[in-house]
Design a protein around this ligand. Structure first.
Ligand code: NAG
Length: 176
């Protein structure tokens, strides 16, 4: 009887502490991406055709495999035309994808100059995160058909204060 009570208590404590384990990254449903060799995720407007800059506070995660991130949406077929993965290190380790997009596959406007998503401060969108990394920065540039996303250990490698420079400067890589 006593032992059973103890076991029950231990179980209750174990499940309570498991639930209380703090998340490395703040988790708002549908706002977490995973970037790895076999998981390509980006942030995109909630609705097709929305202007990128306008969508910065409301964007959601899209991945090519929704098994990697269960609450992300599926990247529209044909939207990613090319994607190049790179695991690098600057001030710390980072992982990234750079490449080209077909904006028409999500009804994005050809003249949309694009915008940036990042988790600097409270984040744009708020509560957004990249699994396993404290920092991320991601841009979609429909007018020049480019996308990029980088997740970093160190803020210096994911500088969120240079969005107007575009993918080529914020996340240097292969865009072919
Ligand atoms: C997602 O993209 C990565 C990188 O291109 C690739 O290795 C992986 O197979 C893709 N997964 C799916 C389900 O398309």
């Amino acid at each position: 009887m006593k032992l059973l009570t103890l076991l029950g208590l231990a179980g209750a404590i174990a499940s309570a502490s498991a639930a209380a384990v703090p998340q490395a990254t703040s988790a708002v449903s549908g706002k977490t991406v995973k970037v790895s060799e076999d998981s390509l995720c980006i942030f995109m407007p909630q609705h097709p055709g929305e202007e990128i800059a306008f969508s910065e506070p409301t964007a959601v995660a899209f991945c090519n495999s929704t098994t990697a991130v269960s609450d992300a949406r599926q990247i529209p077929e044909g939207f990613i035309k090319s994607a190049h993965y790179l695991a690098g290190s600057g001030d710390g380790k980072y992982v990234q994808y750079t490449g080209s997009i077909d904006p028409s596959k999500y009804e994005l406007k050809k003249n949309d100059g694009g915008g940036q998503y990042d988790n600097h401060g409270s984040g744009n969108p708020a509560g957004s995160a990249c699994e396993g990394y404290p920092y991320y920065v991601a841009l979609i540039e429909p007018d020049i058909e480019r996308f990029c996303i980088r997740c970093c250990d160190n803020y210096q490698d994911c500088n969120a204060g240079r969005s107007t420079y575009g993918c080529k400067r914020v996340v240097p890589g292969d865009f072919s």
